[in-house]
Structures are given as C-alpha cells and as structure tokens.
Design a protein around this ligand. Structure first.
Ligand code: ATP
Ligand code: MG
Length: 397
C-alpha cells in the first residue's frame, strides 16, 4: 500500500511574533526574503499561519518537492528560529497509524539503537484518542516492532517524534535551528566597510541578522594591493550576500589618496588617518545612497587604531551611527563564526591589503583626536574625499 502524504517545511517564528501591530510587515518581509533565497529552485507556496510560516509545493506543480535544498538555503535567511521537514496527511486515525509505522521504519532503517518519545498536540479535540493515549499507544507499537533498537527516553530522546492533530495531521521529528534575528530589510540599510580580513565579513553578517540590508565599500590600492585582493573582497561579498540579499559593492580607487597620505602624514599616524579618510568617504557615499549607518569589523583594543580614543577619532568625522558588532568579541569567537558562515577560508588567503603594505611597524598607540588633526594639517581633506567619490566602481553582487 502506498501511503500518501505531502511533504512541506514548517518554519517557527521567534522575535517577530512580539512585534504587535508591525508584525505583518516583518512576516511579509521574511516570506519575500525566503522566496528570493529560493528563486533558482522554483516557485513555492509560502504563507503564514499563526506563529509559523509554511513552505510547500504549489498545487499546480508536478515537481518533486526539494526539501533538503530548501532547508539548506533558508538556513541563510534571518528572522525565524527553526525549521522542520514535515509530512502532512488527512485527519484519520487509521491513516495516522500507517503513516507513523512508515515514518518510524525509515528512522530505524539504519539498524542502530535510538531513544525516542512521541509528543502529540491535539488541536482537533474530536480526534478519538487524546494526546496521552496516542503517545503511549504509538510508543508501545514502536517498542514491539523494534525491540532490539528502540528505547523510550522521556527526558532527552534522540528522536522526538511530534504529531500535531489539526484540520490535517502533521508528523515530524527533525529540527533545523536558524540564526534567528530579524528579516533583512526591516531595519533599513547599512554601509559595510569590507576589507579582505576576517572581521568585517562577520560584522556584516551580524548586522544583516538584525534586519539591515547592506551595501559594501572597499578601498582598493592597486597595484600595491593586487587584484587578487579585490577578487577576495568580491568573493567575501558574494558569500555575505547569501545571507543579506542583493548587495552593491563599491570599490574605491584609493591609490592616489594613499600616495598623498604617504607624502604628508607621519608614518606612525598612517593607520588612523587612513581609517578617517575611509570613514569620510563611506559617510558621503552613504549620504548619496540614503543609508543611515556605517558598519565596521573593529574590535576594542585589537590594534592601535581600535582603542577608545582612536575609535572616537574615527567616529567624529562621520554623521551617522557606526555599528561595530564585534567590539566586545574575542578574536577566537569571531574566527569560529567566520568558519561557520563560510568566510574564513577566503579571509585567510595570504594576499596583502593596503593596511599591511602602508602601515608603520610601530603605529602611535592611542592616537588622540588632536594627534589626528595635527597629522592631517597639510592635507586638502574635502578634495581627497571628492577624489575618492569620483573614483568608484560599483558591482552588484
Ligand atoms: P578585518 O578587520 O576585516 O579582519 P583587517 O584586520 O584587515 O580586516 P583592520 O585593520 O582591523 O582590518 O580594520 C578595521 C576595520 O576597518 C575593518 O574591519 C573594516 O571594517 C575596515 N577596513 C579596513 N581596511 C579596509 C579597506 N581596505 N576597505 C574597506 N574597509 C576597510
Ligand atoms: Mg581587524
């Protein structure tokens, strides 16, 4: 007998269920972002019901539902807490038993021992058995069928087999955790200063997880930093965009500016002055693009240009909040996250960036605002900023 069911994906909402009147907007954006992330797999029916979103095949489509591929892709969408592949079938007691037998047969087909437990939610109170009866009856059935493999564990079962009895019946056990956060686009836009390092891609990931849509800016100092570095930044931007959606990457030709700095700025002040130039240009570009915040991968005390005084000196040249989500991170935690989100391997490719080529061996520790202004006194700052803005190549990732 072929047992009929439909496979679909159940998505559990978290923080956005607390959004009160705004909630619909957040849900709509989550669904829109999921559609975008799945666009190359096909069109699906994606809809919201109570505190959940469901993804399933459209009734008119004859396709095999690509459950695994969908799960893999929505892992990279922010704004929900977990997802499960689910079997749905008609609300009927005999059918439920047949379905459970087939489902459990698959779970135990590896021949190994597993602890298990059934958990039922009976929303439809007309169903002939109550949750308790169903759990113990099905539990006994599994023990009887798989005496050498199955053990009940009510506290921490390996297989928590869940049944929901509603208008239809839903059966599942697998839970794929998500990165939670808010759907990208619900918090406006941010300008990410993206270098080829480990930190800035992670910073972009983190702010995207709070709902920011990103644009990135990279300062390129060709030929002192080669095109391999540019490619590395493009690759990093491409990976971040899997999470954050379509992202313009603005590549600023920074060489002339850098050479000008080399001429007029004392070497021990170079890093901080360079950073202030980058911030000014990013800030003006953000103005043009109507972006209200800047994001960097800075972390307190990581290097001389990331002390409190140095951060103050870089903040003061811009007109919008600067988000530094890694500010309190231990480098190891950042590295672990970079590994997990798939940017680490690219970040550690051994090409030098401008910061390593032009920077003094012994930068001034804790440069103050006054130190910066003194170091910049011979520069025509507005002109340099204009020069930067006039030499931007934008790639849409
Ligand atoms: P990362 O911090 O990403 O590992 P890094 O260590 O080379 O790269 P730092 O010298 O720590 O960079 O710079 C601090 C922050 O300044 C970076 O996280 C990034 O946001 C920004 N930044 C540095 N260099 C560049 C660049 N060439 N283009 C754009 N942003 C940059
Ligand atoms: Mg860094």
């Amino acid at each position: 007998m072929k047992i009929d069911y439909q496979e679909l994906i159940l998505v559990r909402l978290g923080e956005i269920t607390l959004k009160g009147l705004n909630r619909r907007r957040f849900e709509a954006r989550l669904i829109q972002n999921m559609r975008y992330r799945l666009r190359d797999l096909g069109k699906f029916k994606i809809y919201q019901d109570q505190s959940r979103v469901y993804i399933e095949k459209r009734p008119q489509d004859e396709i095999e539902f690509p459950t695994r591929e969908i799960l893999k892709r929505i892992k990279e969408v922010f704004g929900y807490t977990s997802a499960s592949p689910v079997r749905r079938f008609s609300n009927d007691k005999d059918l439920l038993y047949e379905q459970v037998k087939a489902y459990v047969a698959q779970l135990f087909s590896d021949g190994k021992r597993h602890t298990f437990k059934f958990e039922t939610r009976r929303v439809d109170k007309k169903f002939p058995l109550n949750s308790y009866e169903l759990n113990s009856d099905l539990g006994a059935l599994v023990l009887e069928r798989y005496p050498d493999q199955a053990t009940v564990d009510v506290h921490q079962p390996e297989l928590l087999i869940q049944i929901e009895i509603r208008k239809d019946i839903y059966l599942y056990h697998e839970i794929q955790p998500a990165y939670s956060g808010l759907p990208v686009g619900t918090s406006g836009k941010g300008m990410l200063l993206l270098s080829g390092g480990i930190d800035s891609p992670v910073a972009g990931f983190q702010m995207a997880s709070r709902g920011l849509l990103l644009e990135s800016i990279y300062f390129h100092t060709f030929p002192y930093t080669g095109d391999q570095v540019k490619q590395k930044v493009i690759d990093l931007a491409t990976r971040i965009s899997d999470f954050s959606g379509k992202m313009p990457l603005h590549i600023v030709d920074f060489t002339e500016i850098q050479l000008e700095l080399n001429e007029y700025v004392p070497p021990e002040m170079m890093t901080i002055v360079m950073r202030r130039m980058m911030m000014r240009i990013a800030d003006k570009l953000a103005d043009q693009k109507k972006i209200n915040c800047i994001i960097t991968g800075e972390s307190l005390g990581q290097v001389a240009s990331q002390t409190v005084d140095a951060l103050r000196a870089t903040n003061i040249v811009v007109n919008r909040p600067v988000f530094r989500p890694l500010i309190s991170n231990d480098k190891n935690d950042t590295i672990n996250l970079a590994r997990e989100i798939g940017t680490y391997e690219t970040s550690i490719l051994p090409y030098e960036d401008c910061c390593t080529v032009f920077v003094a061996k012994h930068p001034k520790i804790n440069p103050s605002l006054a130190d910066c202004e003194f170091a910049e006194q011979d520069l025509d700052i507005p002109d340099l900023v204009k020069q930067g803005l006039n030499n931007i190549e934008t790639i849409i990732i």
